[in-house]
Design a protein around this ligand. Structure first.
Ligand code: AMP
Length: 541
């Protein structure tokens, strides 16, 4: 008997099902409309990009790039992907040809590996010719069979090691791609700044837990602005003006995400801000921090000990209980900002105050990615346990240049959509106040068409068509049902109304509408009935 195969979603990924997907749609729709009011346009970037792009932008030392990316080789078309005894020879021939034609990287390692694989495969072919068919049936011949299979496996192993193309990765975040697109499409020639947002899945191989997935969704916004010549040359007259302008841009971006959360009625929202300095003052602070950490190294756990060398700022992120009192006594970046960063930070706070945006200051907020400078912020919400950050962001002047573009300023944020929705659900806010359609836990059927008798079918089809055209969600059963069963079905689906179409209704042109919540009934001609439904929808939404 054939074994039954049971496929399941890969660990750390999940299906989003109706009716929950309606909540996702509502959240995304709200983002589209709120962001548009701030002058942002949507950009859609690819799901995978060159691995080098992320390595350069996010930083080769970060956990994301060094451990968490889903990377694979993007080779020429038509190459066999799953090699076995029977096809490895054909694969090696094709590979040799493609190497000649420069379709795969002509590296010394590739040339050697191909040579060696061909040799092993030739030996395997020679040996396999000598093995009698009986060997496959008798265990006495198992030694020669073993040698034979080992050779084949070695050929397959070597063939799999041939690099057939460039390394690409599923995107772990969106900022790098948006910056790449800004450069690729010469967006520095558009009116500046360029305000973009995007949404979609991101991929990181993290340990899955509540609020942490391997495929998760982000809503991301970025403001990019080409640096004018006089600014790039460091002219002192413009420097101060620029700092003030950057502060206003930062505050507006933060205000936008807070407006979005407000619109969604997200509960327990807390905004924390910090300045982490720039290339001028941060390195000096990091050295000071490292020196101070060395003094207390013995009292720190293994993770923090390691980070003293690799990235001392990340020690400030530590949630380890025993380390908290030590961290509290470490030097704070706020006391070591250069004049420009200090001025800018003050201006950011002033701009937030002007906009009525409430915030807390958290000197330990450093953010995990390499490219941030000056303003950083994080927003937490309720109901999420330890993974309570729903949004992280900050300024990243210089990143575009690092990716080969012109001098450009940047600020942006990424909202964790999974967590945002989890928090909305935990606090019962996944359905906006007064929303008519998306009743929680139920599909949004407005009208169930309970038709009876062959002559009513054509009318039922027409009624469904007209009601759908008027924007109602309609369920039209494909077969005739008895009255009781039809009403039972309508109830199960959570329909608001049943439209009863029997032979009488068809003959008289007066249709019966039953409100399922209270059982009340109404008889009306078709246009009046649609009008009545429209009005009741307007009242309840
Ligand atoms: P980051 O890109 O790391 O700054 O993250 C920005 C936001 O994305 C975080 O505040 C989270 O809300 C969300 N996020 C990051 N990683 C994950 C993950 N593995 N699963 C779910 N949400 C995540």
């Amino acid at each position: 008997m054939a074994t039954k195969i049971k496929f399941q979603a890969i660990r750390g990924t999940r299906d989003l099902l109706p009716p929950e997907t309606a909540v996702w749609n509502r959240v995304e729709q709200t983002a589209h409309s709120v962001f548009a009011t701030f002058g942002f346009g949507e950009i859609r970037v690819p799901i995978f990009e060159s691995t080098d792009l992320f390595a350069r932008a996010v930083g080769g030392e970060t956990d994301i790039v060094s451990k968490e990316m889903y990377s694979f080789t993007d080779g020429p078309v038509g190459l066999l992907q799953r090699l076995d005894f029977s096809n490895v020879g054909q694969f090696l021939d094709e590979i040799a040809e493609k190497l000649q034609r420069d379709e795969i990287p002509k590296t010394a390692e590739n040339t050697l590996t191909i040579e060696r694989a061909k040799e092993v495969f030739a030996a395997f072919k020679k040996a396999s010719g000598k093995i009698p068919v009986s060997a496959f049936a008798s265990s006495s011949e198992s030694d020669s069979l073993k040698e034979y299979t080992e050779m084949a496996y070695e050929a397959i192993y070597l063939a799999n090691r041939i690099s057939t193309g460039d390394s690409v990765s599923l995107r772990p975040e969106a900022t790098a791609s948006v910056c790449r697109a800004y450069i690729e499409h010469n967006m520095q020639q558009l009116p500046q700044p360029v305000k973009l947002y995007c949404m979609g899945p991101m991929f990181r191989r993290e340990r899955p837990q509540k609020g942490r997935y391997r495929q998760f969704y982000q809503i991301d916004a970025e403001v990019l602005e080409a640096v004018r010549k006089e600014v790039a040359s460091g002219e002192w007259r413009v420097a101060s003006k620029e700092l003030a302008k950057d502060a206003a841009v930062d505050a507006e971006v933060i205000q936008m995400v807070m407006t979005f959360f407000d619109k969604l009625e997200l509960q327990g929202v807390q905004l924390d801000i910090n300045s982490i300095g720039d290339r001028n003052c941060r390195p000096k602070y990091v050295e000071l921090l490292r020196a101070e950490l060395q003094k207390v190294k013995d009292k720190l756990g293994p993770d923090s000990q390691r980070r003293i060398e690799t990235n001392p700022l990340r020690v400030l992120d530590s949630k380890v209980k025993e380390e908290q009192s030590i961290i509290e006594n470490l030097p704070r970046i706020g006391d070591h900002l250069c004049d420009e960063c200090a001025e800018n930070y003050k201006a950011v706070k002033r701009e937030l105050d002007l906009r009525g945006v409430k915030y807390g200051e958290n000197w330990r907020l450093v953010r995990g990615l390499d490219y941030y400078m000056r303003t950083t912020f994080e927003i937490t919400a309720q109901g999420l346990g330890s993974q309570n950050a729903v949004c992280g962001g900050g300024r990243y002047d210089g990143l575009v240049e690092l990716l080969g573009g012109p001098p450009t300023k940047g600020i942006g944020f990424a909202i964790g959509e999974d967590r945002l929705i989890l928090s909305l659900q935990e606090s019962g806010k996944e359905v906006a106040s007064g929303e008519w359609r998306v009743a929680s836990g139920r599909l949004g059927v407005d009208v169930y068409v309970a038709w009876m008798g062959g002559s009513a079918y054509a009318t039922a089809i027409r009624a469904a068509k007209d009601l759908r055209k008027a924007g109602f969600s309609v369920e039209l059963p494909p077969v005739e049902q008895k009255f009781g069963k039809a009403l039972g079905q309508a109830d199960k689906l959570g329909a608001k109304y049943a439209l009863i179409l029997g032979e009488n209704e068809v003959a008289s042109g007066e249709w019966t509408l039953k409100t399922l919540a209270d059982g009340s009934q109404l008889k009306l001609p078709e246009p009046a009935l649609i009008d009545h439904l429209r009005k009741s929808k307007a009242v309840s939404s």
